[in-house]
Design a protein around this ligand. Structure first.
Ligand SMILES: [Zn+2]
Length: 510
C-alpha cells in the first residue's frame, strides 16, 4: 500500500505579511513533501491563514477598514507569495471559511456537552491597552505591562474555561509512550518540564463587549471563541472531521511549527484532541528562530526579510537552498545577506552551475551520445560508487531532520565530479583521436554523476534539477522517481544549449 502522510505548517496570523520565519517553515514542508513524493508516497500539505482575534480587529480599525476586507487582503498575499515561490501546498486553509466556523462550533458544543467546558468568574490583572488579562510572569520588573508601561488593574470577568488541567497526566503519558512525538529532543524536554508544574485551565472565550471578531460560542451568544482554540482545530477539520474524518490521514500527521508556538501545540492542542477523543498528531517538529544581528526578527524591529525580494535578487529557489543549509533544524540561526551571497556563489553558481556548464560544453564538442558499459575502468567504477553513498547520506539527513547534512553530502558529490573531471582531463583526451573511446566513457561517467546530482537535489532546487536533466536528455520527471538517481544510463542526448542555472551574485551596497 502507498504510504500516505499529512504535513502542515502553522496557519499564519494575518497581523503580518509573509516574512522569513513563515518562509522557512513553509519551505521545509515543501521540501519534505517533494522528497516523499519522489519516493512514491502520497502527501497532503496544508498551509493557510489564522484570521480572528483582537489584534486583527484592531489593525483593521486603525486602517478604518471592514475586518473581512483586511483579512482577505493579507490572506491573499500569503497565498500569492507561496504560489510565486512554487510552494506545492494542497490545501490553503482559512479560519474565516464557513465550514471551519461550523466545525469549531461543533467541537465547542461537543466539549460543553461532555462537561469539558465550564463557566467561571475570573479575577486577574487586566491591561486596558492590551485589552486582555496578563499573567504575573508577563509583567516587567516594576509590575507594569511591558508594552504600555502601565499598572494593570485587578478586574473580574466571567468566561468559559476548557478543563485542560485534567489532561496534564494524559499528555505526559502520551509523550512518554511516543518518544518521537516532539522533535528535536530539546523541545520534548522543555514540554515535559513545563508539564511538571501545575497546569491551569484554558480560558476559551472573550466577551463580545471587548471583542467581536471571532467565532461566536454556540451556547452563549455574548461570547466569541479565543483565537487559539479556533485556529488549532484547522489541522483536524481539514481531514474531514467530524463527518468525513480521514483517520488514516490524521494518523500520519506531522505539524511543522516554530518554537514560539510549542506550548500551544504540545499542550493546548494535545489536551483539546484528547478531550475530543482524537489521538494527538504523530509528530510535532519544532524549528528555531531566524535572528538578524542577534535579535529575533519582528515587524516592529523593521528588519523583515521579504522572501520574494530575496528570490528576485539572488535567483530562483536560492532561498530554499540557503535556509536549509544555514539552519540546523531546531536551533536558532542568523540570517545575513553576506552569507546568503556566499552560499549562492560557492555552492550554486561556482558549484552545480559551473560544473554542469563545464561538462556540457565538453560534451557538445566531443560526446557522441553513448558509451559501452564494458568500457568502464576501475577508476570510473570507483567514481560512480559515490552516487549510492550520496543517496544514503541524503536520505539519512532527511530522516533525522538534518537537512544540512543532506546538503553537505550533495555538495561533496558536486566537488567529487569536479575532481573526476580534473583527474581525467577530457580536454587532453580530445586532442588525441586514438583516445576517442576513452573520452566517451569519461564524459558518460560525468553525465551519470550529474544525473544523480540533479535528481537528488530536486526537492530543494526543483527548477535547476529539471533544467539540468532536460539538458542531458533525461526525459523522466525527477518529481516522480528517486530511482532515477541511480539509473545506469549509457546514452545521453546532450542539448545544444548549456543551461545558465545560477548567476554569481553580489551583496547590495547600502
Ligand atoms: Zn498592555
Amino acid at each position: 500500500m502507498t504510504k500516505r502522510s499529512y504535513l502542515t505548517t502553522p496557519l499564519y496570523y494575518v497581523n503580518a505579511r509573509p516574512h522569513l520565519g513563515h518562509s522557512y517553515t513553509t519551505i521545509v514542508a515543501d521540501v519534505m513533501k517533494r522528497h516523499r513524493l519522489q519516493r512514491g508516497e502520497e502527501v497532503v500539505f496544508l498551509t493557510g491563514t489564522d484570521e480572528h482575534g483582537e489584534k486583527i480587529e484592531q489593525m483593521a480599525k486603525t486602517q478604518d477598514r471592514p475586518v473581512m476586507d483586511f483579512v482577505n487582503e493579507v490572506s491573499a498575499d500569503f497565498r500569492a507569495t507561496w504560489e510565486k515561490m512554487g510552494i506545492s501546498f494542497d490545501i490553503f486553509y482559512r479560519t474565516t471559511q464557513l465550514d471551519h466556523v461550523a466545525k469549531v462550533k461543533h467541537a465547542l458544543q461537543t466539549l460543553k456537552d461532555k462537561g469539558e467546558i465550564v463557566f467561571r468568574e475570573y479575577e486577574g490583572l487586566y491591561c486596558v491597552g492590551c485589552e486582555r488579562f496578563l499573567t504575573e510572569s508577563e509583567l516587567n520588573a516594576k509590575g507594569l505591562c511591558p508594552d504600555h508601561e502601565k499598572k494593570p488593574e485587578p478586574r473580574k470577568e466571567a468566561n468559559y474555561f476548557f478543563l485542560m488541567s485534567k489532561y496534564q497526566g494524559a499528555i505526559l503519558a502520551h509523550i512518554e509512550a511516543h518518544p518521537d512525538f516532539i522533535q528535536p529532543e530539546q523541545f520534548k524536554n522543555e514540554t515535559v518540564s513545563f508539564l511538571k508544574q501545575p497546569l491551569g485551565d484554558l480560558c476559551i472565550s472573550r466577551p463580545k463587549a471587548r471583542l467581536t471578531w471571532g467565532i461566536e460560542l454556540p451556547f452563549d451568544s455574548n461570547y466569541v471563541t479565543y483565537v487559539w482554540f479556533d485556529a488549532l482545530l484547522n489541522y483536524l477539520c481539514a481531514t474531514g472531521w467530524p463527518e468525513n474524518f480521514d483517520q488514516g490521514m490524521w494518523s500520519e500527521c506531522t505539524h511543522l511549527i516554530g518554537k514560539d508556538i510549542l506550548k500551544t501545540h504540545a499542550i493546548y492542542w494535545s489536551a483539546m484532541l484528547l478531550a475530543l477523543g482524537v489521538k494527538p498528531p504523530k509528530h510535532l517538529q519544532v524549528g528555531g528562530f531566524w535572528l538578524i544581528d542577534g535579535t529575533k526578527m519582528s515587524k516592529s524591529l523593521g528588519n523583515v526579510v521579504r522572501p520574494l525580494e530575496m528570490e528576485e535578487k539572488f535567483g530562483k529557489d536560492t532561498l530554499r537552498f540557503f535556509l536549509l543549509r544555514e539552519m540546523s533544524f531546531g536551533l536558532d540561526a542568523t540570517f545575513g545577506i553576506e552569507s546568503y551571497v556566499n552560499c549562492v556563489n560557492a555552492y550554486l553558481a561556482n558549484g552545480m552551475g559551473n560544473l554542469v556548464s563545464r561538462v556540457l560544453t565538453l560534451c557538445q564538442k566531443n560526446f557522441k551520445g553513448s558509451f559501452p558499459e564494458t568500457s568502464l575502468t576501475d577508476a570510473d567504477r570507483k567514481a560512480l560508487e559515490k552516487r549510492a553513498q550520496t543517496v544514503v547520506a541524503w536520505d539519512k539527513g532527511f530522516s533525522e531532520l538534518k537537512f544540512q547534512n543532506s546538503l553537505k553530502a550533495w555538495s561533496e558529490l558536486v566537488t567529487h565530479v569536479d575532481l573526476y573531471v580534473n583527474e581525467m582531463k577530457p580536454w587532453a583526451l580530445a586532442k588525441d583521436p586514438a583516445l576517442s573511446d576513452r573520452l566517451q566513457t569519461v564524459l558518460g561517467v560525468c553525465l551519470q554523476l550529474i544525473q544523480t546530482m540533479a535528481v537528488l537535489i530536486y526537492p530543494v532546487l526543483p527548477h535547476a534539477s529539471r533544467e539540468t536533466l532536460q539538458a542531458i536528455g533525461v526525459e523522466k520527471d525527477p518529481a516522480a522517481s528517486v530511482d532515477l538517481a541511480l539509473e545506469n544510463r549509457f546514452e545521453f542526448k546532450v542539448s545544444l544549449t548549456v543551461p545558465k542555472l545560477f548567476m554569481r551574485v553580489q551583496a547590495p551596497l547600502d
